[in-house]
Design a protein around this ligand. Structure first.
Ligand code: ADP
Ligand code: MG
Length: 854
């Protein structure tokens, strides 16, 4: 380092770790009053002292105690965002990042330009931003650009108990970044290229916030933190919640069961919001619709647009419900008290209720009020109003932000709030005024089979910890009730805690990101819970096959091989791939696509593959004959459209990926209207997301290589025949490990292999999914996007591969008679041409990333 000049000497004085500034905040008196009720307010001093003294602090506190909304404010007031720096807060869910930034801005009376959010597709961050809420993936991307996160003085990792993969990785990375920043503030121990190390800045503070007390994975992990960080516990005022188990566990129809419970609570129990936990968006909507029909907000409300197709039925119900309401009013309402209800020990007394709950929906709607209430006795107390309208709101992560915000508004005068939510309401968002929780006990999770790579969304039981979190939502403002739609015996069999996500899913995307950060020996990375060695090896092998990592030398012995495999350096192609915000297989496709004008098409295909399920689910069971006929009609129409979009000849060979391209193209030509989507069985939301992702991927490509000068032309021309062939090669190169070969008739062992395909990893036959346009074509070689397991193993997103391409594009999956010195000659039967397959055209046009050695 150069000799210290007198001016630089002042930089040697270690700056105080606690900024001395105090930034006043002008809150409204009502807001201030509301804040003061939060338990975390009494801990402000303890927290701020700990932050001043320690680089890393852990805060544990019940959901709703005020962690997310208040801690950033404490830090802001204490000046942790002075000198143009930013307080960063990461959330595992997009919903939370958006909602919390809005809430904090409102509490602090500051504009969204100052308290902002950034999620994958959108954000409102400006130069003025001082508190920035973001998803954990966004911060990980930022670390790639600026390893020391110099823009931030504090980073808060929120919801750490969820153990999302990115949260875990961030904690690992930040444990090191904090050390580096400590050292960097002393120029003499600065490391790395001088230009990267600023001479003077404050150390970085890391706050980890968790809704549970289970933080040993962070505190007891020597590799993560050499000294266990202090843990501050926030005592919260939680009112008692009476838990009611069902006598037995309903097997299938938990949505119906939820409906009946809500009806019952609404008709019989005193005022207080209801929160229902279901597993997915479709279920949430279905239940909302059902509840709205049962308890319309205004008695003469015309049928909603959604429901128009059911309007005949709707009218019938409508008349019935009016008649019922009259009947209900005519009766004197028996009264029940909260006490008489809550003294029922868990499980007891549920049997009687159960018996009625089994009855049909009509019953639940209240045709026989008297019978219901007789069970609980009538001994004074609050008087429930059976004819009270229900203010039903959905809540799930992909819901538009302005709709999400509705759950925080008080319900209209004279109505009861009922929020039907997915897991997002478990810990990320606290909805005010909830007194009753209905918990179906299930959660939808992506399940991966480590051996086969087969993934599926599965609805499984939640963990005990999750179930308790859900119950806790009922006791925020007064004593509450939680109705569990399963028995206490079943609860006893639940896992205690959900396992961290990193142990349950493939990690190739993470490994690529880490290698792009020059973390070569991923095995040494301080994961809070490390993934298994097999998962790490599988990830590195895939990345080597894709050309993102350098293959280890062939000569080494097995043991050495394993070690060196886990420390393969990244290639230039790998760096290019890492800049695209998509999975490595898709990133490889993008990296190859600057040839022959294919990039806009690949971007579209990748965007459509990333957004799960572009097509509406039409195989669902129908509720009525009418609906069945409608579904049938639509299925036929969609099948026909798919055939049209897939085209003939060369284009049909691109199979389902051609359908995606055709569907997106056609939809854009039709102005991307909800009507077009509805008519053709496309999910409008998915279409919008594809549009955004296309824009984002185009920007990524342009940043890497400005002379490409791509722009998103929503209405792109269909690809020509040559381009389709190149696209097939691109897809083959990206999905190479998902190659399958049709079982030849001479190899047929038994009938179960008829029309089946064989893949390298699975012993069982796999089949082309009936929804695929190649279902009847049965080409010899295909690549597939994924295998889903239903009655059989089905390949989805199928595209045809020419046999001659395999040794060229996928040499690592071939066995050659002779050692392969030169790659086999390029060959393309139709044109005699072949894609340039071994290089990414991006990096050849001169786009080196500056490497930072850490
Ligand atoms: P934690 O992070 O500890 O779970 P939060 O900071 O999210 O707690 O919430 C603290 C309080 O702020 C809760 O009582 C919640 O109801 C309230 N709150 C959060 N967001 C909003 C909002 N958008 N509107 C009204 N109240 C809100
Ligand atoms: Mg929170």
């Amino acid at each position: 380092p150069p000799a210290a000049t007198p001016t630089a000497a002042s930089a040697l004085v270690r700056p105080p770790s606690k900024p001395a500034v105090f930034i006043p905040v002008n809150r409204s008196p009502e807001m201030q009053e509301e804040r003061l009720k939060l338990p975390i307010l009494s801990e402000e001093q303890v927290i701020m002292e700990a932050v001043a003294e320690h680089p890393i602090v852990i805060i544990c506190g019940e959901t709703g105690s005020g962690k997310t909304t208040q801690v950033p404010q404490f830090l802001y007031e204490a000046g942790y965002s002075s000198d143009n720096s930013v307080i960063g807060v990461t959330e595992p869910r997009r919903v939370a990042a958006v909602a919390m930034s809005q809430r904090v801005a409102k509490e602090m009376n500051l504009s969204p330009r100052v308290v902002s959010y950034q999620i994958r597709y959108e954000g409102n961050v400006t130069e003025e931003t001082r508190i920035k809420f973001m998803t954990d993936g966004v911060l990980l991307k930022e670390i790639q650009k600026d390893f020391l996160l110099l823009k931030y003085k504090v980073v808060i990792i929120d919801e750490a108990h969820e153990r999302s993969v990115y949260t875990d990785i961030l904690i690992g990375l930040l444990s090191r970044i904090v050390c580096l920043r400590e050292k960097c503030s002393w120029p003499r121990v600065a490391m790395g290229p001088r230009s990267l190390v600023p001479q003077r800045h404050l150390p970085l503070k890391l706050l980890i916030m968790s809704a549970t007390l289970r933080v040993e994975d962070f505190t007891q992990n020597q590799r993560l933190f050499t000294q266990p960080p202090p843990v501050i516990k926030v005592e919260s005022r939680q009112f008692p919640v009476t838990v009611h188990f069902n006598k037995r566990t309903p097997l299938e129809d938990y949505s119906g069961e939820c409906f009946r419970k809500v009806c019952k609570i609404h008709r019989m129990l005193p005022a207080g919001g209801i929160l229902v936990f279901l597993t997915g968006q479709a279920e949430v909507h279905a239940l909302c619709r059902r509840l709205r029909r049962a308890f319309p907000l205004t008695r003469h409300r015309p049928p909603e647009k959604d429901d128009q197709r059911d309007s005949v039925e709707e009218t019938r119900r409508f008349k019935k419900s009016r008649a019922r309401a009259k009947k209900a009013q005519a009766m004197t309402l028996p009264q029940i008290s909260l006490d008489s209800y809550s003294v029922l020990p868990a499980g007891e007394g549920d049997e009687d209720r159960e018996a009625e709950m089994d009855d049909e929906e009509e019953e639940a709607l209240g045709s026989d009020l008297d019978l219901d209430l007789g069970d609980h006795g009538a001994d004074g107390g609050e008087q429930p109003d059976a004819s009270l309208p229900l203010h039903v709101l959905p809540l799930y992560s992909l819901l538009a932000p302005e709709k999400q915000a509705q759950v925080f508004q008080p319900p209209p005068e004279g109505t009861r709030l009922c929020v039907v939510a997915t897991n997002v309401a478990e810990t990320s968002l606290t909805i005010p005024g909830i007194k009753y929780v209905v918990d179906c006990g299930k959660v939808k999770k992506r399940h991966y089979d480590r051996v086969t790579g087969v993934s599926s969304f599965r609805v499984t039981w939640v963990s005990q910890a999750s179930a308790d979190q859900r119950a806790g939502r009922a006791g925020r403002t007064e004593p509450g009730h939680c109705y569990r739609l399963y028995s206490s015996a079943v609860f006893g069999d639940f896992e205690k805690y959900p396992p961290p996500e990193i142990t349950r899913r493939p990690v190739e995307d993470l490994i690529l990101q880490m290698k792009a950060l020059n973390i070569e020996k991923v095995i040494n990375f301080p994961f809070p819970t490390p993934p298994s060695v097999e998962a790490l090896i599988a990830a590195e092998e895939l990345l080597i096959a894709l050309g993102a990592l350098q293959a280890p030398p062939k000569t080494e012995r097995v043991k050495q091989l394993q070690r060196s495999r886990l420390s393969c350096p990244i290639t230039e192609l790998g760096r290019t791939m890492a800049t695209f915000p998509v999975a490595p297989r898709y990133a490889k496709m993008l990296a190859l696509s600057r040839q022959h004008g294919c990039l806009p098409y690949t971007i579209t295909i990748v965007a459509a593959m990333t957004v799960r399920e572009l097509f509406e689910e039409l195989d669902r069971p129908a509720a009525s004959d009418e609906e069945l006929a409608r579904l049938k009609g639509k299925r036929a129409r969609v099948a026909q459209m798919k055939r049209i979009w897939a085209g003939q000849g060369a284009s049909l060979k691109l199979g389902d990926l051609m359908v995606l391209l055709g569907a997106v193209g056609a939809c854009e030509y039709a102005g991307c209207s909800p009507q077009f989507c509805e008519a053709n069985g496309l999910r409008y939301k998915a279409m919008m997301e594809i549009r955004r992702l296309r824009g984002q991927l185009t920007t990524a490509a342009n940043t890497m290589c400005p002379e490409a000068g791509l722009f998103v032309d929503p209405k792109m021309q269909p690809p020509n025949e040559d381009q389709v062939t190149y696209l097939r090669q691109i897809v083959t190169a990206g999905l190479g490990d998902h190659l399958a070969r049709k079982v030849q008739s001479e190899d047929l062992v038994d009938d179960k292999w008829k029309n089946a395909y064989k893949t390298p990893l699975l012993d069982d036959p796999v089949f082309i999914h009936p929804s695929s346009v190649l279902f009847k074509e049965l080409p010899e070689f295909v690549v597939y996007q994924e295998i889903v397991e239903t009655t059989k193993m089905y390949m989805k997103g199928v595209s045809t591969v020419d046999m001659q391409w395999i040794p060229v594009l996928l040499p690592s999956y071939c066995q050659f008679d002779k050692p392969l010195e030169e790659p086999p000659p390029a060959y393309c039967p139709e044109k005699g041409r072949m894609l340039c397959h071994r290089a990414s055209v991006f990096y050849r046009v001169g786009w080196p990333l500056p490497a930072v050695q850490v």
